[in-house]
Design a protein around this ligand. Sequence first.
Ligand code: NAD
Length: 452
Amino acid sequence: SVVTASTAEDIAEAVERARTGVEGWRTLPLRERCTIVGRFRALLAQHSDDLSTWVALESGKTEAEAAAGLLRGLEVLDFASSLQNLDVGGALDVSRGVRCETRREPLGVVAGITPFNFPAMVPLWMMPLALVTGNAFILKPSDKVPITACKLAELSAAAGIPAGVFSVIHGGKETVEALVGHDDVRAVAFVGSTPVAKSVYAMAAQHGKRALCLGGAKNHLIAVPDADDDLTAQAVVDSFTGCAGQRCMAGSVFVPVGSARRIVPKIVELASRLRLGDDMGALIDAAARERLVSAIARAESEGATLLLDGRKLTPNSDQTGGNWLGATVLGGVKPDMACAQTELFGPVLSVVEVDDLDAALSLEQHSPYGNATSIFTSSGATARYVSERSTTGMIGVNIGVPVPREPFSFGGTKASRFGHGDITGMSGLDFWTQYKKITSKWALQPDQTWMS
Ligand code: NAD
């Protein structure tokens, strides 16, 4: 399949069609929008095998990972299409004879800009909530994975989502600038790397529009001496190798406290069993592989020890092409080394050993990123100690990929998120809407006060 970049005219036309389309869409009762979005959910489920294959083909994920991402997207659709039962607004007599009512209203034309690593899931973090709340949504998927987005658009049309209410435009920096700079686009959600998140956020602010921009990550997985060895080792391996480490929730620094260092050999052993092509997918492109290979070489030159070297691993014979890197574990990493500080975005785990829990916490507290932190322990008190002191937005207790599920919201802190609020759940609803406050009085009150 070939996808061409949208021209300036295409973008202007998409916004115009959205502007026209949203007029009828926003006036439908919420229940009707929920029903139509529910039909879209049913079609996605019906075509999930086909969609997962597209996700796997264009992103390099395994089919199982692609299917899991889609399932997570379906959960957001479940939440969005049940909004009728969740969000009834509010009304109160605020004074004698005076009633105040709030109405959640759509913003109008809104946009989402998404990364390569979850071609279905991240668009589905945004689009269902934006649509049920009555907006028209324009998606600009990653130029590295444009096809799944086209499939979503085909299914949305088949579900009866009106023309212009959901559309897809393609391209890179220029397309994003045209979209964010367009006067009729009222809000922008972005998910991608920190430098681009920061610049899109600044661009949106400059144009006076609402923005929520999620960025990169460097997540710490802390294990204390009372951690369960098997549970911890499996969770750490799943976390740093899942999606070949190309996810913002991947644990990329393992921090064993004291005798918890005994778990490291088990992690290495489990990770060494993973076969490329079967258990782990490919990297997105040759540049990503090159970047990771040189990061591993740099770590070695800075004094790290290669406990597991995935550079020479080749995929199973079914695979043709692709950019592959096996699970890699770096031991003896010091906190100031590049591999402990920067987002590598690949299946590379840096092990930083520390003597006490506060030293482990200090690593994540000093990280510029703030997506997730996990603590592995059998003590509730330790779990609570870490949850209270961590500076990240999402905490895992004995879980290596602590993604909150609906109706809880997804989002980090610090350089992992620019803007207010989170992207899914109730917080997501707030992002795509504004509250209107209506204050009414229908009769002069005999007992009125100065507040009436
Ligand atoms: P990216 O920043 O390169 O691209 C994201 C989007 O921005 C794409 O649509 C791309 O086409 C567009 N883009 C690229 N360069 C641009 C520029 N200069 N100006 C304007 N737009 C531009 O990110 P990626 O490589 O596709 O995705 C990986 C990154 O995304 C990682 O850093 C990862 O941690 C992050 N991520 C974060 C979350 C989260 O929830 N915080 C989720 C998934 C991925």
